[in-house]
Design a protein around this ligand. Structure first.
Ligand code: SF4
Ligand code: SF4
Length: 856
């Protein structure tokens, strides 16, 4: 519809608000429904204390969200009610809260009043996590809502409970059918050996259980006879509900099977496969409601690739709609009618609507053709239930199935925004992790639409996925606050892999050249590339930066990509690597550094990685100097090895796997040769190296060794004690992939320098190869970083410490009105602990003594 006039009514907030959490225990859902009616009635006429929120969720949700009891009881609540009561009169408000708790006490209920704002938030946090209901079906659910008259809520609760019980028993019967079938097959396959008699006797037992369960389902609403455990006129359902009849599938079938076929490994394996397979297809009906107005949301999680399950869920939804109508409720709640509920609307209602439409919209402009009994549903596209079967095929054929699974659980709460390194409200919609997920969903819908409306599968929409994934640095931080555990970093990795597989990744010369460079391991080729790339290339870029500055407004319009590369000034680098300075050549050997003037405190392997060895060699020199001067024996692997992360991050998983495989072989050989050293740690000076090395299972190669950043290592070992605190506040940039995984940056700074640095949030814009692949995104992120820096200091020249070589470069590119020098924390620590001439002294000393060349 169209809103033609609107009136906003603004209320003063109440001075006091209390949240009560009511937990309902026992065997039935009715109690919570009765309590809802009682609470509503209590506040209906109250003119001082007001009921402002009344939200309900049932046992299925309690289990899905891993609900933690607020009361002291240990059993799982059957339902939970969250109640907000507000008033300007605190005393009356408190009295009303107590009254509510007393009133619902007889319903086997515990009531807890939140003590403060923080606890209130905690209570309500559960409500926000309800999206997790679809977790067990990998995200897909049928989600309909209905409105039930309040006084009929208890009946509806009973109905849902009965339906769930029926679905459970039917699922049990299906398991029994399957088990009987495979046992019969097993018997004929094995011939008449000693298991045959067991199988026959077990099948007999199964048949009895099945007959009983069938009798339960068929007699739910009939008085149970003595053969079913009744006799006093109660229905089977009531007897199950009050616990007189107990369904003991676990004992009757599962445990019985395990005991009967003890020792028959193959039969046991097949049995558990059958049970698991059927269990995951069980239909579960979960409800939560905005209880105050009887608006009930009915969710049925389904596996989108299981047609039988989808059909059953569809039929179940139909049964629920019919019951809603029978109870005098309506099937149009917040979600409206749409197409899926059309079949449950009476023709008389549709006829009335048709007349109204004719009168008020005679040209049928609004929602043309909709809600008409003869509307040809098959002619339109909607991701409606009827089309799911086809959609499941398409998703599978386009390799989008797992992507769809990984995003579908998103409940759009936006909790990931606050931790996302690339979140920038001033950027486009993709600078927001929630929107990235929505974007992926929309693209998938576009792929489905394309496939359903044309004769062949088209992959043209895939390219948009690339744009979304370009806005993520794969820091994995969004997973921490996410109620349904979504990690967009992993989704980005999957998207990039898919792009490469489908040959949809754009050719980017700079990225390809970087990967080419990183794969070169030879001493002389690296010497040449160092001069070409870091000396000449970076020098040319700096020249371009200065030339472009006065005309950047014009180049931004005419040559946006070139302008993007010239927006920030590359740092000065390209000095000789450690290997060149010490002439450590040879791919068939590795080197060990050991200070002969100190006893060996520990032995470690240092993995320098490309950033610390090739881009900013002073970092790798500082790391070895810090360890050497502390009496730590350091082993470095052969020339210029890359951990493989840059390939992985660009979707080239095959290449990344190969790199990882080769490196692991190399590490095994080093471990074999250095067994006498008792290597305790693998030291790194880069977060992505840390992340990649974690996949190598280092602890198995070096006998329990752990990966650790150099700064954390010297802080933890307290090898240098604590340096004097610097006079100025220290600014710190936490990389997207931080290597400080054990102590964290605050403790590390505290232990090394006795200070707490000022952390400047968000990404520096470098992001490994991000700055080369997408300079426009990189520059936008750098803009944000600049704003964050300006927010904490007025100085125009700054030095910011960091623990990632790539971020050193990213920070250095922030220049213009604010000029930043990015500095490695390891280099800073070397200066503080070893003196300003640490590098010269170290190279001179170590050249004379302390390097051992070890041949494989
Ligand atoms: S992985 Fe990091 S950058 Fe990507 S969406 Fe999550 S928080 Fe943001
Ligand atoms: S991905 Fe973000 S918006 Fe979606 S559920 Fe997780 S935290 Fe909420």
């Amino acid at each position: 519809g169209i809103i033609t006039t609107a009136r906003f009514v603004l209320y003063h907030p109440f001075a006091h608000c209390k949240t009560i959490c009511l937990e309902f225990f026992g065997n039935n859902l009715i109690n919570a429904s009765k309590a809802i009616v009682d609470i509503m009635n209590t506040f209906e006429k109250d003119a001082v204390v007001f009921l402002t929120a009344l939200e309900h969720f049932d046992e299925k949700y309690v289990l899905a969200i891993n609900y933690r009891n607020k009361s002291k009881r240990t059993s799982i609540p059957k339902a939970v009610l969250l109640v907000d009561i507000e008033s300007n009169n605190e005393e009356l408000l408190l009295g009303a809260c107590e009254r509510v708790i007393d009133m619902v006490g007889p319903y086997n209920t515990e009531g807890i009043i939140a003590s403060d704002g923080k606890e209130r938030e905690l209570f309500w946090a559960d409500r926000k996590n309800l999206g997790a209901i679809a977790r067990h079906t990998n995200a897909f659910k049928l989600n309909e809502d209905v409105v039930i008259p309040l006084e009929k809520l208890p009946l509806f609760a009973d109905f849902i409970e009965k339906l769930n019980l029926q679905k459970e028993l039917e699922n049990d019967i299906r398991i029994i059918d399957d088990v009987e079938r495979f046992l019969c097959d097993a018997k004929s396959a094995q011939g008449a050996d000693f298991s045959a008699a067991r199988i026959d006797s077990f099948i007999d037992g199964l048949r009895k259980v099945r007959a009983l369960y069938r009798a339960y389902v068929e007699n739910f609403d009939r008085p149970a006879g003595p053969e079913l455990g009744g006799g006093k006129g109660e229905t089977v359902f009531k007897l199950i509900q009050d616990g007189t009849i107990t369904i003991q599938f676990e004992d009757d079938v599962i445990t019985h099977f395990a005991i009967t076929f003890h020792g028959y490994g193959e039969l046991l394996d097949r049995f558990s496969a059958v049970v698991q397979n059927e269990r995951k297809r069980k239909i579960i009906i979960a409800t939560h409601m905005h209880a105050g107005d009887g608006n009930v949301h009915v969710n049925i999680p389904v596996h989108s690739n299981d047609y039988m399950m989808m059909r059953e869920a569809d039929e179940t939804a139909g049964v629920i709609m019919q019951e809603t109508v029978r109870l005098g409720g309506v099937i149009s709640g917040e979600h409206g009618i749409g197409l899926t509920k059309l079949r449950f609307i009476d023709n008389e209602v549709l006829e009335e609507y048709r007349k109204y439409k004719l009168e008020n919209d005679s040209d049928d402009l609004f929602n043309p053709g909709k809600l008409s009994a003869d509307f040809p549903q098959s002619s339109i596209y909607t991701p409606s239930f009827n089309l799911l079967e086809l959609e499941a095929f398409i998703l599978e054929a386009t390799d989008l199935e797992s992507l769809s699974t990984s995003i579908a659980q998103c409940v759009r709460c936006g909790k990931c925004k606050s931790v996302c390194n690339t979140h920038y409200p001033c950027g486009t919609m993709f600078y927001n992790p929630r929107n990235k997920i929505l974007g992926v969903g929309l693209i998938m819908e576009a792929v489905l639409y394309d496939a359903q409306t044309s004769t062949s599968l088209s992959f043209r929409n895939f390219e948009k996925l690339r744009e979304i994934s370009d806005h993520c640095t794969m820091c994995h931080r969004c997973q921490v606050p996410c109620p349904v555990n979504i990690d967009f970093g992993n989704i980005t990795l999957d998207v990039r892999k898919l792009m490469v597989q489908r040959k949809k990744s754009q050719f980017k010369a700079a990225t390809q050249f970087t990967i080419f460079f990183l794969r070169r391991r030879g001493y002389y080729v690296n010497k040449l590339l160092r001069v070409l790339v870091f000396r000449l290339g970076y020098g040319a870029q700096r020249l371009g930066y200065y030339l472009n500055r006065p005309v950047s407004k014009i180049t931004r319009e005419l040559l946006p990509r070139i302008n993007g590369y010239l927006a920030g000034r590359f740092p000065r680098t390209g000095q000789k690597s450690l290997r060149e300075r010490l002439r450590l050549k040879g791919g068939n050997c590795f080197y060990s550094f050991e200070n002969p003037d100190l006893p060996v405190r520990k032995s470690v392997v240092y993995f320098p990685g490309c950033g610390s060895e090739r881009m900013f060699p002073e970092i790798s020199i500082a790391v070895i100097a810090l360890l050497y001067n502390a009496g730590v024996r350091v082993v470095i692997p052969p020339e210029f090895i890359c951990c493989g992360y840059p390939m992985l991050a660009n979707g080239m998983t095959g290449q990344a796997d190969m790199r990882s495989y080769e490196n692991r072989v190399l590490f095994h050989r080093i471990a074999g040769t250095t067994g006498y050293m008792d290597i305790e740690h693998i030291i790194v000076s880069c977060g992505t190296c840390f992340e990649m090395l974690e996949k190598y299972e280092i602890e198995n190669i070096f006998n329990g060794a752990s990966i650790m950043d150099i700064n954390e290592f010297i802080a933890r070992e307290e090898v240098y004690g604590k340096a004097a605190a610097p006079r100025h506040p220290v600014l710190y940039h936490e990389p997207c992939h931080t290597p400080l995984r054990h102590l964290g940056y605050e403790k590390t700074f505290e232990k090394l320098f006795g200070i707490s640095p000022v952390n400047i949030p968000n990404c520096c814009g470098e992001g490994g190869t991000l700055a080369l692949s997408t300079p426009e995104i990189s520059n936008t992120l750098r803009e944000r970083k600049k704003l964050n820096l300006l927010g904490v200091t007025r100085r125009s020249k700054l030095s910011v410490l960091t623990t990632c070589p790539s971020c050193v470069q990213g920070l250095c590119k922030i220049n213009g009105e604010l000029s930043v020098i990015g500095r490695s924390l390891a280099v800073y620590a070397a200066e503080r602990f070893l003196g300003h001439d640490w590098e010269k002294k170290f190279i001179q000393t170590v050249k004379k003594k302390g390097i051992e060349r070890i041949l494989f």
